[in-house]
Design a binder for this molecule. Sequence first.
Ligand SMILES: Nc1ncnc2c1ncn2[C@@H]1O[C@H](COP(=O)(O)OP(=O)(O)OP(=O)(O)O)[C@@H](O)[C@H]1O
Ligand SMILES: [Mg+2]
Length: 405
Amino acid sequence: MKVVFLAPSYPPEMQQYTRGLAEVGAEVYGVGDTPAGSLPPTLKPYLADYLQVPRLLDDDDVVARVTAWMRGRQVDRVLANWEVMVLTAARLRERFGVHGMSVDTVDGFRDKQLMKERVAAAGIRVPRAERVRTVTEARVAAERIGYPLILKPIAGAGSADTYKVESSDELETVLGKMLHVGEASCEEFIDGEEFTFDTVCIDGKPAFMNVAQYLPKPLIARTNEWISPVIVTVRDLEHPKYAAGIALGRQVLDALNMGDGFTHMEWFRKSNGEVVFGEIGCRPGGAHLVDQMNYTCDIDLFREWARASCFSKFAAPTVRKHNAAIVFKRAKGHGRITRIEGLAEYLRRFGPHVVEQKLLPVGTPRRNWKHTLVSDGFLIVRHPDWDRACAMAMAAATDITMYAE
Ligand SMILES: Nc1ncnc2c1ncn2[C@@H]1O[C@H](COP(=O)(O)OP(=O)(O)OP(=O)(O)O)[C@@H](O)[C@H]1O
Ligand SMILES: [Mg+2]
């Protein structure tokens, strides 16, 4: 099993997927923009070979170079788990004629308008939305859709340039801030709780499934620096609250013709119980969601993803033991972390339930919270009881304070 794996070293969790591939017996041919000499030493044993490309995001160039590099060699899979690489992987699959999702299929997971059109065509509830390219188009679409509405980039990530707009006056202000965005989606604002639906699929059917709740909703968490965003995986997927969302998720996978690998979907649950599709990617969720899922079941999804992708098998138990909550912290002030208050007391109270403590140590420069959800670090706590898990997460949000100057 010879696998071309795009971006094996960055983002850092990609090293775990590389390990997973090697552990299930694949020969991994890594392609990235990191110089071979700068790859982490821990990664090298998992790579059969490595190609450094000058511009990883230059699709045409990467396709040409990888084609030349692998000429005369067997290729069985071309895989990518980083959103910006999934289309390149599909192009390479078509070039090599290997198993996996086509460019057209992957497009349905990448282009937010096409995605909604395909999902809606299968009879699934999506926010009413229009693709807009100019200020005039946005004004016309806004009149049709009505307020409140959401304006966001078609190819967005991390809630960047995403705005809730309450009125036509506010629309003008927001349009002024969005002039650099080439294509936007103008859509009906869905008022509800927000969840993920994550899977590892084999031929479009979930071999592993997960639901997690965002507390608060990502747009709120990512526009207010004082908030410590929390995401909690749901242990009890049988609870009636999630049934409609899980059913919706499965329908979406069918509608988009999912193949093998990770999916990460977001969905809304309105107060009347109605569920609405948000978005989906054919790759894992970021910001340590895969670690959270691993802590939920005590399994290794890095490896099981590899097994599913290469051999159409999933070999870990899917019994859910915990609700695993991640809490992201943002320091007060700018510059370097100077002190962390409340951590010792927190660990004294909840220590046995804390599975990771990765707050930036004193002396390290702050991260840009707008650029990375991980912000100034995180804790992961877990508990079999939902309310206890949430209460511990909220305690970490309110009782631990990081300072910087
Ligand atoms: N139609 C909508 N109704 C209500 N809220 C929305 C809508 N569209 C987007 N949002 C809010 O904005 C956030 C970001 O939007 P979306 O998930 O589409 O973009 P993204 O930038 O790709 O997100 P991510 O943070 O997952 O990378 C959503 O998680 C949600 O909180
Ligand atoms: Mg999103």
